[in-house]
Design a protein around this ligand. Sequence first.
Ligand code: ZN
Ligand code: ZN
Length: 138
Amino acid sequence: MNIQEIHQHLEKYGVNPSVQRVAIMQYMMEHCTHPTVDQIYNDLLPAMPTLSKATVYNTLKLLVEKKVVKSLFIDERNIRYDACSNLHAHFKCRYCSVIFDVPLEEADIPPFRGNPELSLDETQIYFLGVCKNCAVKR
Ligand SMILES: [Zn+2]
Ligand SMILES: [Zn+2]
């Protein structure tokens, strides 16, 4: 998405697209690594010296409220943020805390399979395990 498209995307969700909000949203779309507030702040700061950590925190809070991004509670120390809106589960490595998306279809979840009365639009499904990098090291 270019800047113009991010503007429209935010407006569609009722978020006033300030320069800092657009920059944070752009970062979220380019980094599908489920970043924390600290990671986003540290990465954006060199290009935006006036940015404060409170602004990053408040922007993410607003984006979650407006359902533009999702907050994940997979990491007990930090809230992680996810801008991917498609249905998916998460896999977290217990050693390095990397978080991968795991594809998930409504049809994969038995209670929802072929049930016209329930329409699933969000999951907080987490799997814990060991990633390939850590498995090699051990
Ligand atoms: Zn790992
Ligand atoms: Zn995700």
